[in-house]
Design a protein around this ligand. Structure first.
Ligand SMILES: Cc1cc2nc3c(=O)[nH]c(=O)nc-3n(C[C@H](O)[C@H](O)[C@H](O)COP(=O)(O)OP(=O)(O)OC[C@H]3O[C@@H](n4cnc5c(N)ncnc54)[C@H](O)[C@@H]3O)c2cc1C
Length: 314
């Protein structure tokens, strides 16, 4: 009996010691920890500072600010490896797009509006196909029909499970040649990263990136292609400098790959990062800005586990 009691006591002790308490407020590493120094992380820091919260610690897994907004030098030219366009810009009133305002707050970000009418098409042998073979107008007519169907479905709440292919078919479009495939790819897959079979008809037709920041009747925004020698990331660097990220109170720790987020201790969040070994940082709050892809890889352990609805979305 006494052996069993001792065993029970040991078990209770182990349970108590595995759930550590929060450090006192003065021992916290920051008020807020932000995971990731991409556009979302730096924007979050900027907004917190605007709200008077300055004691911020940003943990960034790589060695630079910017995340998926990054570029490389090739032959003396700056080439974007990730983000390259500001989409949905109204040429007459570009300031309607909030990204435009951010982009031009710190510099006159150089770029040009893409002119899709000036495209030249080549086949796989390098020859220019006869323009008469291009059924662009038929594709655009089908697009108009998908637009009408999408509106009807939205109004009746019947959007779920209707894909973009179904809308195109109802609009009379079925690709029959390599050139048809190319027209379809250029107008859909290229933007969406998916084939029409895997795209929602309603969401495809109501892409707010192109319509939300545009005035006028047709509400179709233009694409501004960034060619600035300082790269698209100069926007984020500008924001970071403006937010005085390198000040005493707010700082970025680079090469700090976060592996765990622990909210089980009580009134704090403790974040574990690999940085020349394992380091723990605790704060009152933490904001994660890592991509869905990183979350899908489960490279960050959440303690306790994320709730099922969040896991389902991821
Ligand atoms: C090839 C490509 C082209 C694109 N083109 C465009 C475009 O033309 N126009 C447009 O508007 N958008 C474009 N995008 C999308 C745009 O780049 C992203 O939406 C945007 O940059 C996302 O910013 P974010 O801060 O949310 O995420 P990210 O930029 O991914 O920032 C997350 C940060 O978290 C860090 N991180 C990840 N895991 C950890 C970890 N475990 N610990 C610590 N830090 C971690 C990453 O290093 C990164 O710095 C493109 C994206 C790609 C990949």
């Amino acid at each position: 009996m006494s052996y069993l009691l001792k065993l029970l006591g040991l078990f209770v002790l182990m349970r108590l010691s595995s759930s550590q308490a929060c450090p006192s407020d003065s021992d916290l590493n920051a008020d807020v920890i932000i995971i990731g120094a991409g556009m979302a992380g730096i924007s979050a820091a900027e907004r917190l500072q605007e709200g008077g919260i300055n004691n911020i610690l940003i943990l960034e897994g790589s060695e630079k600010i910017g995340g998926r907004v990054c570029s490389v030098e090739m032959g003396g030219v700056t080439i974007s490896k990730g983000c390259a366009w500001i989409q949905g810009v109204d040429k007459t009133q570009p300031d309607l797009n909030p990204l435009w305002k951010i982009a031009h707050r710190y510099s006159d970000l150089r770029g040009l509006y893409l002119d899709y009418d000036s495209l030249t098409n080549y086949d796989s042998l390098g020859n220019q196909p006869d323009e008469a073979q291009f059924r662009n107008q038929e594709f655009y007519a089908a697009l108009n029909v998908t637009d009408i169907i999408a509106k009807q479905l939205s109004e009746s709440g019947g959007c779920a499970n209707v894909n973009f292919r179904s809308g195109l078919s109802q609009g009379g479009w079925t690709p029959e040649s390599d050139i048809d495939d190319w027209i379809e790819w250029f107008n859909s897959d290229y933007y969406a990263g998916e084939e029409p079979e895997n795209l929602s008809l309603c969401l495809h037709e109501n892409n707010p990136t192109y319509t939300a920041f545009v005035s006028g009747a047709d509400r179709t925004g233009s694409d501004y292609f960034v060619t600035d020698p300082n790269g698209y990331e100069s926007i984020i660097e500008g924001m970071a400098n403006d937010a005085k990220l390198m000040s005493n109170q707010t700082r970025v720790v680079f090469n700090a790959e976060v592996t765990a987020v622990d909210t089980s201790r009580g009134d704090c969040v403790c974040v574990t990062a690999n940085l020349n070994g394992v380091t723990n940082y605790c704060a009152k709050y933490a904001i994660s800005t890592v991509s869905v892809g990183v979350l899908q890889q489960e490279s960050i352990q959440f303690i306790p586990e994320l709730l099922t609805p969040k896991k389902e979305v991821i």
